[in-house]
Design a protein around this ligand. Structure first.
Ligand SMILES: Nc1ncnc2c1ncn2[C@@H]1O[C@H](COP(=O)(O)OP(=O)(O)OP(=O)(O)O)[C@@H](O)[C@H]1O
Length: 259
């Protein structure tokens, strides 16, 4: 994935350039108002930069110099927002199918059954969104985005509206999707801990500019941190909660982790 964009929004000037791995997770981190959402909108084709290039692998989606602009519905980009935005009148299954219909003209790379199993949502297929928990809704939103056979998944703070335990659970499912399907993801977050858990590459953006980029391990050096066990196998660290494999400390215990 390659993004270069200059774009004026009122008094705000966005001027970013970064690259991310084609089969890993690029974390876009930065404070509120830094330009993360504006960048995502340009990648998704929801906004056309004053000048710039957006490409996923060999597919160029925006190239202002060449007057090339692929409209959002033809970009093969799946988007997951902070709120799931499912169709309330449709069952989970039909919400998932909605993504599939749009993908009917493309070779299937991502098998619906595999996605349903990885996200553990098979038992929810007949339900309506109102009968799901917030975490379940986000898992269905992830499924719907995956079944549209995207070349890129955009995740715009997908767990920040959830309570800490659900947040850890859904983060675990995103990590499973990453492991199971080789698909580039661009993931917006305020949380360095989410970046550590999921990210391969990290792009830091401040006041409309990229102020640093590189591998997550280089950008966020390992440190020892203290967390609290909030559910079996789940630790809260600062503002993030996450699953920790092999953890047998009881709920309420304080644990130290290399991170
Ligand atoms: N249509 C617009 N007109 C004028 N200014 C805009 C417009 N859209 C966004 N901005 C400004 O651009 C800046 C970047 O906004 P953006 O939403 O991309 O930030 P962000 O990093 O996503 O923040 P947050 O983490 O709070 O979501 C902000 O100062 C915002 O007020």
């Amino acid at each position: 994935m390659r993004v270069m964009a200059r774009h004026r929004l009122g008094d705000f000037m966005l001027d970013v350039a970064f690259e991310g791995p084609e089969d890993g997770v690029t974390m876009l981190v930065g404070p509120s108002g830094a330009g993360k959402s504006a960048t995502l909108a340009i990648v998704a084709g929801l906004s056309r930069p004053d000048s710039g290039v957006v490409a996923i692998g060999d597919r160029v989606l925006t190239d202002t110099a060449a007057r090339l602009f692929v409209p959002p519905e033809r970009r093969r980009i799946g988007i997951v927002h902070q709120e799931a935005r499912l169709f309330p009148h449709l069952s989970v299954e039909r919400n998932l199918r909605y993504g599939l219909v749009r993908a009917r003209d493309r070779a299937r790379r991502i098998e619906p059954d595999a996605v349903i199993d990885v996200l553990a949502i098979r038992h929810l297929l007949a339900r309506r969104p109102r009968d799901l928990s917030g975490g379940e809704r986000q898992r269905v939103a992830l499924g719907r985005a995956m079944l549209s056979q995207p070349d890129l998944l955009l995740l715009d703070e997908p767990v920040s509206a959830l309570d800490p335990v659900r947040r850890a659970e859904v983060l675990g499912f995103v990590a499973d999707l990453k492991r199971r399907f080789a698909l580039p993801m661009l993931y917006v977050t305020h949380s360095a801990d989410e970046a550590r858990l999921l990210g391969d590459h990290l792009v830091r953006i401040e006041q409309g500019r990229v102020t640093g980029q590189g591998s997550v391990t280089a950008m966020l050096p390992v440190r020892e941190i203290t967390g609290e066990v909030v559910a079996p196998g789940v630790v809260r660290i600062g503002d993030a909660t996450m699953p920790v494999a092999g953890l047998d400390a009881p709920v309420g215990a304080t644990v130290r982790l290399g991170w």
